[in-house]
Design a protein around this ligand. Structure first.
Ligand code: TYD
Length: 139
């Protein structure tokens, strides 16, 4: 399946709020469209630093701003979009073969990423020229 930036939409998860605070949960294959094989989080990002700057051949992700805020720039080779994530109950689906860059991290931002695959460096496309070349070879 060929994905475009239109597939990258911020989507709210369930949120259970009561006087004790809020609770949000995510279940693989229910709240995100894949089995969750890995979770990782990015935090302590110094002002002005950027993360990401790559695409994946197979892996799909959901990106959540658990705390603070940051921008996610997505690019499918033809079109680009930017999403500001700032709510702990909202996930941004970023499927395979979408170039992504995370930037403008606020102080104390915590970025949780749920991934469809275990870590595999061979799945990364880290060169933007390679990414464009692979996109252009697709039917
Ligand atoms: P990288 O994916 O390049 O970070 P980002 O996309 O956030 O800028 O990963 C940074 C380093 O961490 C790299 O050396 C690979 C390693 N790493 C793992 O070992 N396991 C993981 O699950 C992830 C996401 C990264």
């Amino acid at each position: 399946m060929i994905h475009t930036v239109s597939d990258c939409q911020p989507t709210p998860f369930s949120k259970v709020s009561d006087p004790r605070g809020n609770l949000t949960f995510v279940e693989g294959e229910r709240d995100v469209p894949f089995p969750i094989r890995r979770a990782y989080w990015i935090y302590g990002v110094p002002g002005g630093e950027e993360r990401g700057g790559h695409a994946y051949r197979r892996l799909h992700e959901v990106i959540i701003a658990l705390s603070g805020s940051f921008e996610v720039h997505v690019d499918d080779g033809s079109r680009r979009a930017t999403h500001l994530l700032s709510r702990g109950y909202v996930g941004l689906f970023v499927p395979n073969m979408i170039w992504r860059q995370l930037e403008s991290f606020s102080t104390n931002a915590v970025c949780l990423i749920l991934a469809s695959e275990h870590y595999d460096e061979d799945d990364y496309i880290r060169d933007y020229g390679d990414f464009r070349a692979l996109q252009e070879r697709r039917p």
